[in-house]
Design a protein around this ligand. Sequence first.
Ligand code: RP5
Length: 159
Amino acid sequence: MEPLVGIIMGSTSDWETMRHAAEKLDELGVPHETKVVSAHRTPQRLYDYATSAADRGLKVIIAGAGGAAHLPGMAASMTHLPVLGVPVESKALKGADSLYSIVQMPGGVPVGTLAIGKPGAINAGLLAAAILATSDAALADRLKAWRAAQTDSVAIDPE
Ligand code: RP5
């Protein structure tokens, strides 16, 4: 199936975090693609990716990057598709730099910013699925079942 979600990241080193978004989409049966697209090191690749994304059939972009993390915002500047930003945990500042780089967009160019690191990547996958589920009843049913299973998995006793 053609991908509906594009997961992009600034470096192969981001995959350890971003794979969690891909895993959630796999679990929910959402076709997706994964690419390394760096705002700083491969700007032409970013331009080509963002400007062609909607025409290629993508519906949501998940963009993860760390440090001076311009990838989600620059992607959002070049497409009308919803962009979900994942701040990857950096070594120097533990992802605070990534978070601030992604979250504080100027009014007019939104990036839906998630939590730093693995929880953010997981939730980006779930949120992308939820966006698609607004127009896909079968996916909505799978998402509701996933949520119910999560609820059922929570023990009531702490030990
Ligand atoms: C960012 O710089 C990437 O998103 C990554 O999180 C960070 C470090 O990249 P590498 O030096 O590991 O390639 O652009």
